[in-house]
Design a protein around this ligand. Structure first.
Ligand code: GAL
Length: 414
């Protein structure tokens, strides 16, 4: 008798679950809300819909994703995690350690991710021995963007050293042009700071200071010079920079109000979305010095119940790493594909430069993770550094005090 009831119950459950199955669905938390970003994420929404998926969008505005990560924590703590989340770097492993990520190894293996992703990128997508995230792209952080006309009008070439940058900025300032478009948000200060660390200190110094957190590097004379240069850069920013979003700073370069912006190549997505042409309307060059700071966007799936949601996660993971998405998305986003087998013919000269220098820096040992974009350090450590960088940038703190504060903040962050 008991067996019959159980069988009946499970048959009913099966029937009701198959009757209720409405196809793959995903609630996707991301911070892609600027013009270029929104255009890019729309590519994924469209592909998901074309493959029978239902997408619930959860955009959380705020460049760099700080607000999105706060929203994520609130959702997970309330036991209601979104199914797919824009998540990257060591934060992926931090969430995995909390036991809340789904294993997407079945998709990764079926799709042969190990054969099409560089080992350095694949490493970020693994949690112990499982695949726990799907990579979207490779953004480069250490870029300078410039308004071509403004530089031509002022007889200025793209700077190749920080001294040249400073000289160009002084000339522009004298001519009444804002030299550096900058948004005063902590993550943007950190973005500029890490390019100065790389440029003035070189790749080995960057590794020691911002990846290994070596106290000797953090308190070195080189780090004092880095803060000196940050103070110099502060003088090239207009008085209204505080709190400005990064894409509004990009717009200042676009419309000729400012000459330069130091920002990752998501800024190129803004120029492109506005119909601007690289090499003609705007120029791109790596920030002075050797090396390449990478920032790989990726999505992690959170462990959720429900066939629809789980099917949505599998579909999303598959599409994200698929060759067609990797091409179209990255043409819009300003980045280059994470897959090595996507042809770059349709990509512009900045993307070609990025791909070329990613390969050469990888061979030369100077392909380095961006600390400012969460690729190098765990949240507590990167947060401690950014607090000091932004406190220095927004005050008259001396460089000597800043390095001491930096070393102390890092030491206290564990
Ligand atoms: C980065 C992210 C990019 C871009 C940028 C500005 O952290 O990796 O994709 O969106 O923030 O929001």
């Amino acid at each position: 008798m008991k067996r019959t009831i159980l069988a009946a119950v499970s048959t009913a459950a099966l029937l009701s679950s198959s009757a209720a199955y409405a196809g793959p669905e995903a609630e996707v938390l991301h911070w892609w809300t600027s013009g270029g970003e929104a255009k890019s994420v729309a590519v994924l929404q469209q592909e998901f819909a074309d493959n029978g998926g239902t997408w619930t969008d959860m955009p959380v505005a705020g460049g760099g994703g700080d607000a999105a990560m706060t929203a994520l924590r609130a959702r997970v703590l309330s036991g209601n995690a979104p199914t797919a989340v824009q998540l990257k770097g060591p934060a992926i492993q931090e969430w995995y350690e909390e036991g809340v990520l789904a294993d997407i190894s079945a998709v990764a293996e079926a799709e042969g991710w190990a054969d099409v992703l560089p080992a350095s990128i694949a490493g970020h997508m693994k949690c112990e021995d499982i695949w726990c995230a799907a990579p979207v792209n490779v953004h480069r952080v250490d870029w300078i963007w410039a308004n071509a006309q403004v530089l031509a009008d002022n007889d200025i070439d793209m700077p190749t050293t920080w001294d040249e940058f400073n000289a160009a900025a002084q000339k522009l300032q004298a001519a009444g042009v804002i030299p550096l478009a900058h948004g005063g948000q902590a993550w943007q200060d950190a973005t500029v700071f890490e390019t100065v660390v790389l440029g003035l200190g070189g790749p080995d110094f960057y590794q020691q200071a911002l990846v290994d957190l070596d106290p000797a590097a953090l308190t070195s004379d080189t780090m004092v010079q880095v803060f000196d240069q940050m103070r110099t850069l502060r003088g090239f920013v207009d008085p209204n920079f505080s709190g400005r979003d990064w894409n509004l700073a990009t717009a200042m370069v676009m419309n000729g109000e400012a000459a330069f912006q130091i920002m990752g190549d998501w800024a190129k997505g803004e120029f492109l979305a506005a119909g601007k042409t690289p090499g003609q309307d705007f120029l791109c060059a790596s920030t002075p010095g050797d090396g390449f700071l990478y920032n790989v966007d990726s999505f992690a799936m959170f462990a959720v119940d429900g066939d629809d949601k789980q099917a949505g996660q599998q579909l999303l993971a598959k599409l994200i790493v698929g060759p067609s998405f990797q091409k179209v998305f990255n043409l819009n986003k300003g980045s280059i594909p994470a897959r090595v087998d996507v042809a770059l013919d349709e990509f512009d000269q900045c993307a070609h430069l990025s791909a070329k220098e990613m390969t050469s820096s990888s061979e030369g040992g100077s392909l380095l993770p961006s600390y400012a974009h969460g690729m190098a350090l765990r949240g507590a450590q990167s947060g401690a550094i950014t607090d000091v960088v932004t406190a220095h940038f927004n005050s008259d703190m001396s460089s000597a005090d800043a390095v001491q504060m930096l070393a102390d903040a890092v030491a206290n962050s564990y």
